[in-house]
Structure formats: structure tokens, C-alpha cells
Design a protein around this ligand. Structure first.
Ligand code: DC
Length: 218
């Protein structure tokens, strides 16, 4: 039997990780997993209980959380205890507090378990912050995407509802998440020593994909 492949696409917030991971999954017919969506779903679970800071979570509650993901026809759906929360997890409210929840060791371990179980029996492309460094240190291919904050904020801003938010607050949130994600004690955002890093600042989606593909197919 052919070995299952794991392709890790890590990088900064809004650097285009999920776009590239989906393209790679589509191209090779692999499954796709968005690890950030799992942190968002856990954050949503606690927020619904009125808990908005990670230091107030009851660790036993984590055992009540099951996470699932389905990628079909370019559409990725995220399930929190069988409820489709794909839209809810993208709200500004969740984006503002998710980094705090993602700092918690127990939260991370819960996500790791789901990610590893999911990819046990299938080739998977996974995007995140610590996939190549911590979750799958033996991944077959590792990428690290990065870009200037202003460019990432501009791209994120063009994707969201402008009535909700302005460009400056998108940039502020991005800078805040970069700092929280890269300075936390556990599994900080950083490039794996054996990852291929790509500066996507001046590249189109297709140009980044060409680079990724040329490395995998080499
Ligand atoms: O990729 P995203 O913006 O949806 O991720 C949401 C948050 O989850 C991000 O601020 C940091 C955290 N995260 C993480 O700590 N580790 C991962 N592998 C993926 C995301």
C-alpha cells in the first residue's frame, strides 16, 4: 500500500496558507485540514458559554468538544459537536480572542489529537502555525508562507464585509495575532528548520502555487 502523505503549510495570518493548501489538496486528490478552524471552533464553544478568556476555561469541558472537517468541491466545512459552524467561526468576535485560546496547552493538545486522528488513514494537506514544527515534524513536505503585514491586511480586508470593520483594525488584529502567535511559550509560530519558506508579498496565488508544486514534484 502507498504511504499516506502529509503536507504541512504553515505561516503568518492571512498569508494565503489555506488557499494554497486547498489547491495542493485538489491537485493531488488529498484531504484538506484547516487547523486554525479547530482553534476557532473551540473558542466559539467557550464563547457561547460566556467565556472569552482562556484562563477561565474548565479543562473537563474540552472532553465535550468533538471537531470535524469536511472538504468537498472546494468548500471546507467545520463541525463542532456535529453542528456546522463554518461561518460562525469567522466572525470578528472570534478572530479577536482566538489567539488567547490557542495559547493554552490543553486546548492545543485537544486540537493535535483531532488533527492526528483525521490524517491517520489518508493523505492530507494541513495548514496552520506549528504543523511542520510540532504536530507533524515528519511531514513529507513543509512550507512556510510569509508577507509584509500591510499586504496581508489588504488582502484580508478585501475578503471581508466592509460595513463591519475598517482596514486599520484588520491590520491591528493581524499584528496582534502575529505577536501573540510567535511569542507564546507553547508551539510558537516559527519556520521549521526543514521547511521551504516563500515570501508571498509580490506573488499571485498562481505564482505561489507554481513554487509549491515545483518543490513537491522535484
Ligand atoms: O489561521 P487562522 O487565522 O484561522 O488561525 C486562528 C488562530 O489559531 C491563530 O491566531 C493562531 C491559532 N493557530 C495556532 O495557534 N496553531 C495553528 N496550527 C493554527 C492556528
Amino acid at each position: 500500500m502507498l504511504k499516506n502523505m502529509i503536507i504541512a503549510i504553515d505561516g503568518e495570518a492571512s498569508s494565503g496558507k489555506s488557499t494554497q493548501a486547498k489547491k495542493v489538496a485538489d491537485y493531488f486528490g488529498y484531504s484538506y485540514l484547516d487547523s486554525g478552524a479547530f482553534y476557532r471552533a473551540i473558542t466559539l464553544f467557550f464563547k457561547k458559554k460566556g467565556i472569552t478568556t482562556a484562563n477561565r476555561i474548565d479543562k473537563n469541558d474540552l472532553n465535550k468538544i468533538s471537531l470535524n472537517s469536511k472538504y468537498d468541491d472546494g468548500k471546507n466545512s467545520i463541525y463542532l459537536n456535529d453542528e456546522d459552524v463554518s461561518n460562525d467561526i469567522r466572525s470578528t468576535d472570534i478572530s479577536e480572542i482566538v489567539s488567547d485560546f490557542a495559547k493554552e496547552k490543553t486546548v492545543r493538545e485537544h486540537v493535535y489529537r483531532h488533527l492526528r486522528e483525521f490524517s491517520e488513514n489518508r493523505s492530507t494537506v494541513i495548514d496552520g502555525r506549528d504543523i511542520g514544527t510540532v504536530v507533524f515534524p515528519n511531514a513529507d513536505f513543509k512550507f512556510f508562507l510569509y508577507a509584509k503585514p500591510e499586504i496581508r491586511a489588504k488582502r484580508r480586508f478585501s475578503e471581508i464585509n466592509k460595513d463591519d470593520i475598517n482596514y486599520d483594525s484588520v491590520l491591528d488584529n493581524l499584528n496582534y495575532r502575529d505577536i501573540t502567535d510567535s511569542t507564546r511559550k507553547i508551539a510558537p509560530l516559527k519556520k521549521a528548520y526543514d521547511a521551504h519558506s516563500i515570501d508571498v508579498s509580490d506573488l499571485s496565488i498562481d505564482q505561489v502555487f507554481e513554487k509549491v508544486l515545483s518543490i513537491i514534484e522535484k
